[in-house]
Design a protein around this ligand. Sequence first.
Ligand code: MG
Length: 375
Amino acid sequence: MKRREFLKIAGFTVFGSTFINPVSYINSKSITRSTSKMKLRFYPYTLELKHVFTVATASRRTTPVMMTEIEYEGVVGYGEASMPPYLGESHQTAADFLSKVDLSQFDDPFKTEEILAYIDSIAPGNPAAKASVDIALHDLIGKLIGQPWYKLYGLAPEKTPYTSFTIGIDKPDVVRQKVKEAEKFKILKVKLGLDNDKEMIETIRSVTDKPLRCDVNQGWKDKEYALRMIEWLATKNVELIEQPMPKEWIDEHAWLKERSPLPIIGDEAVQRLKDIRKAHGVYHGVNIKLMKCTGMREAYKSIILARAFDMKVMIGCMTETSCAISAAAHLSPLVDWADLDGAELISNDLFDGVKIIDGKVTLNNRPGIGIIKKQ
Ligand code: MG
């Protein structure tokens, strides 16, 4: 009996939309979608943050993630979707999206371009859910070949950058405590954009002279004010400014870019590959994150395109387990700045993976994205 016929008799629909009601997934540990060769599984998980995390737009203590696994001939690749609430994805939207994924039509996991074009075509949006499939597929491929991705990209592991560690907006005594806890990091990223920006900087400067990167998260609403603030920050050993004003303010950012003594980096304004071209002439550089651009494949293309426009590149993250952080880390030898502290901010990581050693992103020789699931 052919496998497809067997599954039909057994009550499964291989090519149908789904065989498990996505609404019921949350109470189940995991869902398995059978395919002829590749199997996609996914299950929800909630990251616990070590500290309440406050940026200009929100404050929270947990982050919902969806973990994925693609199994092929007994080998399992791991992936992850991290979904901070303000970006619009959730356990439910990711489950709905992943329930539509049917990998049975592909007989070869190495047809990455074809498979990921299909994933992207299933529905608009859902970049983190898409990234969770992309990461699992990359991990699987690396394991099938028996090589880590930095080697497949042709990159030198010692070229990984130092990562910044993020200090959220908080009261001075809490900020001082966080700076102390971040001792192993050589660079700090400071969240700005509320009404205590100068207090945040002065507080940090009272305990350390480490280089700072400032992320305003669209918090400044006046270009002249933004320029005055940047001129002041330039005297405080600040390296760059991320997304100072609302992402829709294209002319204002171009104006600021011409005058700013520090590089201006687009983050919220730059989501997918097509946004890189739009950022040219508006920002000095772009912050590329797997959860915005649907994963490693488009992130790689985005970095190459940004370089073609002579732009600076940062690789960033959300709060994530070592799964998604490790995936991004394999691309980090290509960039100017890394902001890959996401797994350092959580207390319930599921994986052992790429490490931050003395502040430096440190790759390992394991195949795929270099992770092992903790027991
Ligand atoms: Mg940012």
